[in-house]
Design a binder for this molecule. Structure first.
Ligand SMILES: O=C(O)[C@H](O)[C@H](O)COP(=O)(O)O
Ligand SMILES: [Mg+2]
Length: 302
């Protein structure tokens, strides 16, 4: 079924009336880095005003839920910690509740404070943060497997180094039963003017060297979907997933039986959506900010 482009006010009103819960991807939909997409703040306020449930579902594992809540607040958006689901949180939930990660093991983390903080919050110790010193051939021998490592967890890391990759590689290959987990594997990271290498671009170097396939937690995969569906007891019939990537956000919504709305402010272009071979959103729109016009109509009629 080809995606329906929404632009007329009646289309926007019908969309908002039809769903009571909206799941929002963040990078490329709500913001680029710390810059809000224009009029998104007004759109989210309008949806809250109309009694809609809002859930924020991001593959960006660099930040913890608590710090995301602070980021939202700093940007003037009302978002409680329990309305925010990041791939770091889904990873911590998976290791603690599904994998039953042993208390005598640690996780070797390539990633940001989001992963370390979420793992710490479920009682899992992490190492690897300081493995940033340059390596030379003579010092390579310093790097050895650490038998205490029971999992290598990989997420977006703006300070990735050869030393980190070498440690992760050795632990995955030489520690029997060592889990290899990726918070997500997005190929690119939307940055507003440009699209940058994403977590998946860096992850592929470790997949290539170890010849191992990681368990990926984030959208479009089941661990993140289970995390959100269980926490919110979502009714697929009245839930809409809003995202900027067809192969993560829209596929995530399709996998969950949700309606989907793709925006053109992130990675996907209209040409991508019109390719029948791509995951097809239910709807698409230029920007989430376009819904802010409904707030104006509300104030006029008030
Ligand atoms: O490379 C990455 O990790 C992703 O581009 C980034 O995390 C996407 O975040 P999201 O769009 O799911 O908020
Ligand atoms: Mg995104």
């Amino acid at each position: 079924m080809p995606a329906q482009k929404l632009s007329a006010r009646d289309d926007l009103e019908a969309l908002v009336a039809r769903y009571d819960t909206f799941l929002f991807d963040c990078d490329g939909v709500i913001w680029h880095g710390s810059t809000l997409v224009p009029h998104v703040q007004a759109t989210l306020a309008m949806l809250r005003q109309r009694g809609k449930r809002l859930v924020f579902v991001t593959n960006n594992s660099a930040t913890s839920r608590k710090d995301y809540a602070k980021k939202f607040a700093a940007l003037g958006i009302d978002a409680a910690v329990d309305e925010i689901f990041s791939s770091a949180y889904a990873t911590a939930a998976y290791l603690a509740e599904v994998a039953r990660f042993p208390s005598d093991k640690v996780a070797y983390v390539i990633g940001g404070s989001g992963i370390r903080s979420e793992l710490r919050d479920v009682g899992i110790a992490t190492i690897g943060e300081d493995d940033t010193t340059p390596v030379s051939l003579p010092t390579l021998a310093e790097i050895e497997p650490n038998p205490a490592v029971g999992a290598v967890v990989f997420g977006i890391d703006y300070d990735i180094t050869y030393r980190k990759l070498a440690n992760a590689h050795l632990n995955i290959v030489h520690n029997p039963g060592c889990l290899f987990i990726a918070t997500n594997d997005d190929r690119t990271l939307p940055g507003g003017k440009y699209v940058y290498p994403g977590t998946g671009a860096m992850l592929s170097s470790l997949v290539h060297s170890t010849q191992r396939t990681p368990l990926v937690m984030g959208k479009p995969n089941k661990p993140m979907l289970d995390c959100v569906m269980q926490n919110y007891h979502l009714d697929p019939a009245t839930t809409c997933m809003v995202g900027d990537r067809l192969d993560t956000d829209i596929l995530f919504g399709i996998n969950g039986g949700l309606a989907t709305l793709c925006v053109l402010t992130g990675v996907a272009s209209e040409a991508d959506i019109l390719d029948p071979a791509a995951p097809q959103p239910t709807y698409y729109i230029d920007s989430l900010g376009d819904l802010a016009t409904l707030a104006e109509s509300e104030s006029e009629s008030a």
